[in-house]
Design a protein around this ligand. Sequence first.
Ligand code: RRO
Length: 314
Amino acid sequence: MAAAVSLATSIAGVSLSSCLYNASGPLCTTAEELDAIGNSEAGAILSKSATLEKRAGNPEPRYFETPWGSINSMGLPNEGFQYYLDYASRAEAFAKPYIMSISGLSHQDNVDMIKALAGQKHIAAIELNLSCPNVPGKPQTGYDFEQSRALLQRVFEHVSLPLGVKLPPYFDLPHFDMMAAVLNDYPLAFVTCVNSIGNGLVIDPESESVVIKPKSGFGGIGGDFIKPTALANVRKFYTLLNKDIAIIGCGGVKSGLDAFEHILCGASAVQIGTQFMREGTTCFSRIARELGEIMQQKGYADITSFQGKLRSLD
Ligand code: RRO
């Protein structure tokens, strides 16, 4: 019988028995949804981005799937910060890390939430979302390098838990350098690359109409459409960031091969968004099995055997 492979990973000292878990967004808003992730083979439970107060989000329809991916303009619907903080004690039953995503509507809101998280021992880490594309009138912080620095400066005056940031995708090489210069100045535990590609447009030629209601049909694009962009962002930040900042890959992962590619580019863990929405929690065990089979065929016993080892042709 072939030797077993390990999909275990660790992010800033937090151990995950599987490097695969959910992206913040799909199916992680209610306690029941979070329980389902807890009961699955996902390596961690990551909550929907929280605002200080509960939000209903944008008008429906606000999510649409095509064969190549998804478009969403959810508008940060969530149960409010306190709900996800309270869930932490319930998450303990699952013996896997519970990570809280926060996405304050202002810098002050983010600072207030981070202050309230100080010393919360059932929360393994915080993912600070710098990249929600769907709140009308709110720019994505991650595209403004000065604002990103100003926010991180304030946040790191208060944070006591491991903290990472969820970045928007970047497309221009100087932008990677500029954002990396900001991020390298702070003791980040991780960066998650990438959020959806903001403000795409999917249309239905039959009805000659947009497919989601908010913002005249504009929304964040996920799924197959974005895998090359996600891989480029993982790779670039893996090469540019201090080695103690872990990279978490997100974007276009629907198979073990996709996860393998993210890890090859440098990811320490891989999140699943659109495919989780489509398939439910079985995606975590199926993709884990597929990734394990690829590793076995290639003779890799663990993910560090190939993580970041993408070869170039020169
Ligand atoms: O809720 C959303 O509309 C949303 C968020 Br917070 C995000 O970070 N990324 C996204 O595609 N949608």
